[in-house]
Design a binder for this molecule. Structure first.
Ligand SMILES: [Zn+2]
Ligand SMILES: [Zn+2]
Length: 433
């Protein structure tokens, strides 16, 4: 048990961490271009925030939250963050960002989230999301901008075959009528739906469209589309969003099956799907949530955003062969020839420090290897250069410098090694000095 990690968690090893950093860098880059500011919120919040912000009759709140009591007297119920939006809304209000110029555009990257879910490929109990939220803009251009940001991120990462699936689920004005139409459609077929859908039928019939169970998917295919029930204002908003997406050149398709699982969405909802993963899996989901800020105690504030699951994104990138090369590798491995302890090793250690100070990635043997084994180890580490320090070299204040790929070796004054390596690495061709 001591060496087993809890089910549904994952270790990110150095090779994978390099891939994570590449994705995170793309998120930072794109969000900078779109003028979003980064926000980092706590890993846990008061439980009520998620009960109110995510919705009581969602899978997340009903059965997936990691909730615990702290040691305060009386104890408070806390919950490990199961999603990003509620916490960002809380931070927006608590830090009075609503009092400044609007809109406020925020993003987070690779934030750990926690849900007690059945672990499967690309799905963990501790998982990570990147996401973006815009507060204080009712303009349909804000919806389009958020969708374009999500789409741009996947494009930046080299994924092809990315498609935006778009829908509108109306507003508190027109949705009740649609809910009633849905109930009329589902009522005669209710026995065919799964138990959970039967239970949710009265309170939130929209969730029946979202259900992934086979029988429910079959039923959902014949459900009346929401678009036909939109009020004029919602219909106009939806048309505008599509117009802006066309202007931005973002490919999209209207999909009546997209309703999103969370209660707080209004009007625009969308998913970004990748062909390779099949219909079930989306890389990213989001939409407009004009009622959430008010639900959490703030003033009425329009808002729109999305979240991307990092694990699924990385899995897709791996399948598509677009993962960036892992790590930058080692620039120089310093070997000690001859006497391992004493003068030679101290000279090698000093050289190592100079190389690092010059901004190079440098390493030397710390495992007592023979000279031959050190050379082999340098090859294994992918070192571009090996600096050879021996008794003779120390006496003459020089270093043998071998370029591994070319197999060439020259003798260089000890004080010039860093400069020579840096110059060679900067050069267009990495052969010779
Ligand atoms: Zn409406
Ligand atoms: Zn169902």
């Amino acid at each position: 048990m001591l060496t087993a990690r809890p089910r549904g968690t994952n270790d990110i090893l150095p090779r994978e961490a390099a891939h994570w950093r590449a994705v995170e860098a793309a998120v930072h880059l794109l969000c900078r271009r779109f003028a979003f500011g980064e926000i980092r919120t706590p890993l846990f919040e008061y439980t009520e925030l998620f009960q109110r912000g995510v919705g009581e009759d969602t899978d997340i709140v009903e059965k997936e939250m990691y909730t615990f009591y702290d040691r305060a007297n009386p104890p408070r119920s806390l919950t490990l963050r199961p999603e990003g939006t509620a916490a960002v809304v809380r931070a927006y209000l608590e830090n009075r960002l609503d009092a400044g110029p609007q809109p406020v555009k925020l993003y987070y990257v690779a934030s750990p989230m926690f849900r007690y879910d059945r672990p499967q490929a690309g799905r963990y109990r501790q998982f990570h999301q990147a996401g973006a939220e815009v507060f204080g803009a009712a303009d349909p251009a804000a919806d389009a901008e958020v969708i374009a940001l999500a789409h741009g991120l996947f494009t930046e990462l080299g994924l092809l075959g990315i498609e935006v699936r778009l829908n509108s689920i109306g507003c508190p004005g027109c949705r009740p009528a649609y809910r009633e139409r849905l109930r009329e459609y589902y009522r005669p077929h209710l026995a065919e739906a799964c138990p959970e859908c039967r239970r949710r039928f009265e309170r939130n019939p929209l969730r029946l469209i979202d259900c992934k169970k086979d029988a429910c998917r079959l039923l959902a295919a014949g459900a009346p589309p929401v678009i036909a029930s939109l009020c004029p204002a919602c219909a106009e908003h939806f048309t505008s969003v599509q117009g802006y997406l066309a202007v931005l050149g973002v490919p999209f398709a209207v999909d009546p099956g997209i309703v999103r699982g969370l209660d707080y969405y209004t009007r625009t909802v969308f998913e970004v799907v990748h062909g390779g993963l099949g219909a079930q899996s989306s890389l990213c989901g989001g939409g407009r949530y004009d009622g959430l800020v008010e639900t959490l105690g703030g003033p009425p504030t329009p808002a729109v955003g999305f979240a991307v699951g990092m694990e699924r994104l990385l899995l897709t990138m791996e399948k598509e062969g677009v993962l960036p090369p892992a790590g930058e590798g080692l620039d120089v491995f310093v070997t000690c020839a001859g006497e391992a302890a004493g003068t030679v090793r101290r000279a090698a250690f000093a050289l190592l420090a100079r190389l690092r100070a010059a901004g190079l990635a440098a390493e030397m043997d710390l495992a007592g290897r023979s000279f031959k084994a050190q050379m082999k180890h340098a090859g294994r580490l992918g070192a571009r250069f090996v600096a050879i320090v021996g008794e003779d070299e120390v006496a003459r204040d020089v270093v043998g410098l071998r370029e591994m790929a070319a197999g060439t070796q020259v003798e260089v004054p000890a004080g010039e090694v860093a400069e020579r390596v840096a110059a060679a690495l900067r050069g267009a061709t990495r052969t010779g000095f």
